[in-house]
Design a protein around this ligand. Structure first.
Ligand SMILES: [Zn+2]
Length: 335
């Protein structure tokens, strides 16, 4: 079951300019085939992309805008274990999103979104029609991470996609997109969320209105920051949790792993914050090891990618405990 309520474009909060632009485009049937959502993290870019996907794929849109209720609209929001929509005509491209074998690689993507991923996930589908025939949409998350060869592989399709094929690229630093990509997309700017919108979202997520108000005031318009702050309320559990993960990795028995998994029964926010902290720790380790030309660098970088994948699973509403267990098994299985 998908715990999220069916969202349509009019339910996106706090981005009235971006939503207004998209809505007018949809109502007049002039949605640009390649759009860049440019703005800070945690302000609703992915959510809006999902809402646009609903509009493209909806079974009974009204005036170009999705109903938010039909099977297609609901499927757009339903995610698999690692946070991808299960709707076959709504595909996600993001760094390290796919197992290497799936996209024809020997190793995981660590630096960028590879041309292999673009070829397998996007280009290979171009000669095929949409599965449900209504249209299809590709979401390219953090498009500034496209490698040069991936961007080059994408150019022709981005410029002239088949009918009813759309691309939404997201970025927190649109200025760093390759010029060849930038010149082919319509840029829509996403600003920080207004406090009242942020507060409404937090209350909808079940937080106390007074607490939500305080956090919203101090979150720089970012839901990500707001959630981090709320997660920090349970910070007591965090440090031991991270060290138990580290111990579990060193430990050749399963005792440490079990303890870490046990400790991750807690709130999603706490585990998310723990994983973020662990990822940051791995980046530090990788940097330090690299400066000493130590082989540990690769291992830490590889671990980082795996933690990022676990974070996506958590985003996709997988159980915090299961995500931790899977991550531990994954990290322990590393060469
Ligand atoms: Zn619908």
């Amino acid at each position: 079951m998908n715990p999220r309520s069916p969202i349509a474009l009019h339910d996106v909060l706090g981005q009235s300019i971006a939503v207004g632009t998209l809505r007018r485009a949809m109502e007049t049937g002039r949605l640009h085939h390649a759009i860049l959502f440019d703005g800070p993290s945690g302000v609703g870019k992915n959510l809006t992309a999902e809402a646009v996907a609903q509009c493209v794929l909806c079974e009974k849109p009204s005036g170009g805008v999705a109903c938010g209720q039909c099977a297609a609209c609901i499927k757009v929001l339903r995610r698999d274990a690692i946070g991808r929509s299960v709707h076959p005509d709504f595909a996600t491209v993001a760094k390290a999103m796919y197992d290497p074998a799936v996209i024809g690689r020997k190793t995981q993507e660590t630096q960028d979104i590879s041309a292999d991923q673009v070829r397998t996930v996007v280009l290979a589908r171009m000669s095929l029609g949409a599965v449900f025939g209504r249209g299809r949409l590709f979401l390219i998350r953090d498009a500034d991470e496209l490698s040069v060869s991936a961007a080059n592989a994408l150019l022709k399709t981005l410029e002239e996609p088949p009918p009813r094929t759309y691309f939404i690229l997201t970025s927190t630093r649109g200025g760093e997109l390759l010029p060849t990509i930038r010149s082919r997309v319509q840029r829509i700017r996403f600003g920080p969320l207004p406090e009242d919108a942020l507060c409404t979202i937090l209350v909808r997520e079940g937080h106390d209105p007074k607490v939500a108000e305080g956090v919203a005031r101090d979150a720089q318009g970012s839901l990500t920051i707001a959630r981090e702050k709320l997660g920090n309320g349970a910070k007591d559990g965090l440090e031991p949790w991270i060290s138990s993960i580290e111990m579990a990795l060193e430990d050749k028995t399963f005792a440490g792993a079990l303890k870490a998994a046990e400790g991750s029964k807690g709130a999603r926010d706490t585990v998310g914050a723990g994983l973020e902290a662990f990822a940051a720790h791995l980046v530090d380790t990788a940097r330090k090891a690299a400066s000493e030309s130590s082989p540990k660098a690769l291992r830490a970088a590889d671990g980082y990618v795996r933690v990022q994948r676990a974070l996506r699973q958590l985003d996709g509403n997988a159980s915090p405990q299961l995500v931790t267990e899977a991550l531990l098994a994954d990290l322990r299985g590393m060469p």
